[in-house]
Write a protein of this length. Structure first.
Length: 485
């Protein structure tokens, strides 16, 4: 535990949903749900308006629709979220060299390591300045927690939501934690929480009063020891700037089980390309390709192939995933597919490009040798699409919430598609709510587009945080009240 609240935890408020509301003027102040939209979809994020109706993350989308039938249901736009996340992380990086991202919208910052703060007053000023900078640069709000440990900083940011700041003064930790639910502590999930409740422990105060020996008896030595320390507000974990990823992967759950082997193969290849895109975005390569298949009966199979060296070549990964698929029986139907790469490295092995060429040549020879004879010009006949193939393709090309551009009407976003039509609302983040028009899904004037920035004329924060008051070394940092950046 530190003697000053110099560990900062930032958590953006309803990040995906807030970004969608900022991008779409017609959705501001309304219930917005972002996630998978099919029968098996799951909510990724809900706006605060939707949360008041009972919708929350990890809830099945079908249940969310029953609770909030009039909400806007949108497919995630990760390109936009990553862009905004990069802007936020860049601001955090100016505060300290020790920034520990936990996800796109959440991170710890060691303010002391950056010389940005070493007492409560300067920490508060830095936190408020950060919130102001984030809103000016991205148009979104974030909540900030400040404390002498990572655990308490995270709890503080959660208590500050939405769009707030909470600083926990050293020495007040136990008083603050005492009335909170045991579920507030990291690692206490539903099962552990229920086990503790049956033992008569529902608050953090109950855990502290029970003592370490009793907690060890209830939940085991390792967990009991850690639980008792957390109940006392003790946490010595440092902020770690580098968190090495062990793997990169992508997966999709399908609304309807896939039975067509050709379609399954196409989905695996598509996932392999997406996986490599993530791999390259992280400036990494990998040596082992992993295929995940969840079948109709929920049985899950994984297959892996280790290459001669690390690669970030999409052809190599795609073809390796295809070879792995050959060893999996998908006869009964497939509900989920995933492709991943493990054994990550910071370089690629050049001869894998030759390996990809060899694999392509072998595949071509095999295809030519085993091509089924057909009547006519001798070319292979394409597989017949599934009955709902056209609608599935339209939904993939025009996902709800994604950006489009029309040659005549300009920039807009997809409100929905079906029955050969796509409905678009034409508006921009800085415009008034726009009008709605409907087009054929194959309209030549309509095409997918890249997301627009959420703020057209962002404030210049290139010199921030140089203007923030420093702690004891600065004349403006005395006092413990609210400070302005």
């Amino acid at each position: 535990m530190r003697p000053a609240p110099t560990i900062l935890h930032l958590d953006m408020d309803a990040f995906y949903a807030s970004a969608e509301q900022a991008a779409k003027p017609s959705l501001r102040g309304k219930a917005v749900v972002v996630g998978g939209l099919g029968p098996r979809g799951v909510v990724a994020t809900a706006s605060y308006e939707a949360r008041r109706l009972g919708v929350h993350s990890a809830m099945p989308t079908a249940q969310a629709r029953r609770l909030a039938p009039n909400a806007a249901y949108l497919v995630p736009r990760f390109a936009l979220y990553r862009t905004v996340s990069d802007q936020v992380m860049e601001l955090l990086g100016r505060l300290s060299p020790l920034v520990e991202p936990l996800s796109l919208d959440e991170a710890f910052v060691d303010l002391e390591a950056g010389g940005t703060a070493d007492d409560a007053a300067s920490a508060r000023a830095t936190g408020e300045g950060l919130r102001t900078a984030i809103r000016a640069v991205t148009g979104l709000s974030g909540s900030v927690g400040l404390a002498g440990s990572k655990m308490l900083a995270k709890i503080a940011s959660e208590e500050a939501k939405p769009d707030g700041l909470l600083l926990i003064e050293p020495g007040t930790e136990r008083e603050l934690l005492a009335p909170m639910s045991v579920r507030t502590l990291p690692g206490v999930g539903p099962a552990t929480g229920d086990h503790l409740r049956r033992a008569g422990m529902t608050t953090v105060h109950d855990l502290a009063e029970a003592g370490e020996a009793e907690l060890v008896r209830l939940v085991g030595k390792a967990h009991g020891h850690g639980l008792y320390r957390m109940a006392l507000g003790l946490d010595d974990r440092p902020v770690v700037a580098e968190r090495d990823a062990k793997s990169v992967s992508v997966e999709d759950t399908f609304d309807v089980d896939l039975h067509d082997r050709v379609r399954v193969r196409a989905e695996v290849e598509r996932l392999a390309v997406r996986c490599v895109e993530r791999l390259r975005a992280a400036d990494r390569s990998g040596r082992t390709v992993v295929l995940k298949v969840r079948r109709y009966d929920f049985s899950t199979l994984t297959r892996s192939e280790t290459l001669r060296g690390p690669t970030d070549d999409p052809t190599v990964v795609r073809e390796a995933a295809g070879r792995l698929l050959e060893s999996v029986d998908t006869t009964g139907g497939v509900r989920l597919l995933g492709v991943g790469v493990t054994g990550l490295a910071d370089y690629t092995q050049e001869d894998l490009f030759a390996q990809a060429a060899d694999a392509r040549e072998l595949a071509q020879r095999t295809q030519e040798e085993h091509r089924a004879p057909v009547e006519g010009d001798g070319e292979e006949v394409a597989a017949e699409p599934e009955p709902d193939g056209a609608e599935l393709l339209a939904a993939r090309r025009w996902p709800a919430g994604h950006d489009v551009r029309h040659e005549e009407h300009g920039h807009g976003w997809v409100q929905g598609s079906g029955v050969g039509r796509v409905t678009v609302r034409f508006e921009e983040p800085w415009s008034a709510p726009g009008r709605v028009l409907t087009f054929r899904v194959d309209d030549p004037q309509l095409r997918p587009a890249d997301p627009l920035p959420l703020v057209r004329d962002a404030a210049d924060y290139s010199s921030w945080p140089a203007s923030l008051p420093k702690s004891r070394s600065g004349a403006d940092a005395s006092g413990g009240g609210e400070s302005s950046p």
